[in-house]
Design a protein around this ligand. Structure first.
Ligand SMILES: NC(=O)N[C@@H](O)C(=O)O
Ligand code: NI
Length: 167
């Protein structure tokens, strides 16, 4: 069968995303007041992984464009560190993921990340490069810099086309 393989996007929940990483979302998260009660701290929503020699955690901003047509042909992984994406201007995006280890196309899942949510991919989680959904959007990205190969890419045998459940 030719043409892209359609995968239905799932809502992002901590439980469903657990095999791939962590969800960065104040909803359902513990918090406590700081700064004389003027600030609520939603503490440790995700934990950075910094592996290999001389790793450094860095913060970057990615200004991403939607993929049109929405067909994913490549996945990648970062074996030496986690990678987190947090929308700066509410840009919803897709987290297209597969479990760490040997890549299995049949295990690919698609999650809809709403603008108020972010994700942190666990080290080694296969994922599609940043996929804003509707417009050019900025994301705070927290990941690892340092020596060693921290990006493996794989071409998909068949493109993946995320589709969205009818209401
Ligand atoms: N290459 C790069 O820095 N970005 C990717 O890792 C990505 O997941 O978007
Ligand atoms: Ni990446």
């Amino acid at each position: 069968m030719t043409g892209p393989r359609e995968i239905v996007a799932e809502p992002l929940t901590r439980e469903a995303f657990a095999p791939f990483g962590e969800v960065i979302d104040t909803n359902g998260a513990d918090s406590f007041p700081i700064n004389q009660g003027r600030t609520e701290r939603f503490h440790a929503l995700a934990t950075m992984e910094l592996l290999g020699d001389d790793p450094r955690g860095i913060l970057s901003i990615f200004r991403g464009q939607p993929l049109d047509p929405l067909e994913i042909t490549l996945m990648e992984r970062h074996s030496l560190g986690s990678q987190a994406f947090v929308p700066i201007n509410d840009g919803a995006f897709l987290a297209v993921v597969a479990p760490p280890g040997e890549f299995d196309e049949a295990a690919v899942r698609v999650f809809l990340v709403r603008g108020a949510q972010g994700v942190s991919y666990r080290a080694g989680t296969w994922h599609a490069p940043l996929l804003p959904l509707f417009a050019d959007s900025d994301y705070l990205v927290v990941d690892r810099q340092g020596p060693g190969n921290n990006c493996d890419e794989i071409e998909l045998a068949r493109p993946i086309a995320p589709v969205f459940p009818s209401r």
